[in-house]
Design a protein around this ligand. Structure first.
Ligand SMILES: Cc1ncc(COP(=O)(O)O)c(C=O)c1O
Length: 400
């Protein structure tokens, strides 16, 4: 009753930008969440790759509680202790020398686009502004990141888009070579096109792109908003490919559940930004940085969670391969890295998501025909077994 009333009020008061399931989630612990009606769900969505340590991880909760009692927010007019500590932690564990903090993935990408343009204008040529991005990519919903995104369905109705983006097919080196002009300043890619249906960069692709960037004096921007923070079994996905970018964007799992984004860069590139060039009122505020420090320290401690992610990934893939053998007419492909896994179906899969919800498991469908699994990195075999049991039931019903 309470649920229905609240959902009715949602359509009265909340702007209609999300297609939502008729569920209100009220409490979470680890891999589980509970609805306002008390129903329990196993969560393989994890807030879309956000809750990397599961729901309400005690170290993150305690860090938030402690920081909330000390200082919630101050302006970036002043130095902020947790922000400095978080930047140092990120620099110590990545290629980067400097970090800019913001509040979301789209904002991190906006910052990256601005930095690339400014760097190129000052260091290459004042004509340089164009960024080559990939078809089928996803970089966010602000106007510039929407323009960087290579999917028309998200752009429709919002034209004119921001100029300065050219799209080429993903995993196609020749297409990139042909797209470069004297106006190009950067190449912007996701190591795995996650929203685009979990399409992994080919083994040598990013290495080749890195080479092209070096040869043509272009910056390589990697959008690791979804693939970062241990999601693929390494701290950042580009580590699988043996390359480093010039600029990297991070968000989602960075705060373990609180809204924070970051744009990381080498000193050489970061030096193009000077005071007044870019800012965010809430960027790197004490509360979110405290949560993020606790999240990263927990993630990287003893490599335990990354090991667990890799072990569970292997087991998950084994079980998915087994599922494909049982349902060869439904499943055409299994792909991904770590715990960013996609299963491509021969048909649209929103019905599968709805059935799973009914049976107490949260899963996600992207690119219409792909089930995308992005659970917390603490997922265990028993959780995967429970998911498989329910998926088998749902797929069996579909093939009857
Ligand atoms: C690769 C990538 N970049 C950017 C974004 C945008 O992030 P946000 O929704 O935090 O703005 C997303 C969100 O799904 C993403 O997957």
């Amino acid at each position: 009753m309470e649920t229905k009333k609240l959902i009715d009020e949602s359509s009265l008061y909340v702007m209609n930008t999300y297609k939502r399931f008729p569920v209100i989630l009220r409490k979470g612990r680890g891999m589980k969440v509970w609805g306002a009606d008390g129903k329990e769900y196993l969560d393989f969505v994890g807030g879309i790759a956000v809750n990397i340590l599961g729901h309400c991880h005690p170290r993150v909760v305690i860090a938030i509680q402690k920081q909330a009692q000390r200082l919630l927010h101050v302006s970036n007019f002043y130095h902020i202790g947790p922000q400095i500590r978080l930047a140092k932690l990120l620099v110590q564990h990545t290629f980067a020398d400097k970090v800019f903090f913001c509040n979301s993935g789209a904002e991190a990408n906006e910052a990256a686009i601005k930095l690339a343009r400014k760097y190129a204008k000052e260091n290459v040529s004042s004509d340089c502004f164009e960024i080559i991005a990939a078809e089928n990519s996803f970089h966010g919903r602000t106007l510039a990141t929407l323009s960087a995104t290579g999917q028309k369905k998200f752009q429709k109705g919002f034209e004119p888009l921001v100029p300065g983006f050219k799209h080429v097919s993903f995993n196609d080196i020749d297409a990139i070579k042909q797209a470069i002009t004297k106006e190009t300043c950067a190449i912007m890619l996701e190591p795995i096109q996650a929203e685009g249906g979990v399409i992994v960069a080919n083994k040598d692709y990013l290495g080749e792109v890195r080479k092209i960037c070096d040869e043509h004096n272009l910056l390589l921007i990697l959008d690791e908003v979804q693939t970062g923070m241990g999601r693929t079994g390494k701290f950042f996905a580009h580590e699988h490919f043996g390359i480093i970018p010039d600029i990297m964007t991070v968000a989602k799992g960075l705060g373990g559940g609180v809204p924070i984004g970051a744009m990381l860069a080498t000193d050489k590139v970061a030096s193009a930004f000077t005071p007044g060039n870019h800012a965010s009122t809430f960027g790197g505020n004490p509360l979110v940085c405290a949560a993020s420090i606790a999240t990263i320290e927990t993630l990287l401690e003893d490599g335990f969670i990354l090991d667990q992610c890799n072990r569970m990934s292997e087991y998950f893939i084994e079980r998915l391969v087994n599922l494909r053998e049982q349902f060869p007419t439904l499943i055409v492909n299994i792909r991904g890295l770590g715990l960013l896994l996609g299963v491509e179906f021969t048909r649209e899969c929103s019905a599968i998501v709805n059935e799973c919800l009914e049976l107490g498991v949260l899963i996600n469908c992207t690119a219409e025909k792909v089930l995308r699994f992005i659970p917390p990195l603490i997922v265990q075999k028993k959780d995967i077994d429970q998911l498989m049991h329910i998926l088998q039931k749902v797929l069996r019903k579909l093939t009857e």
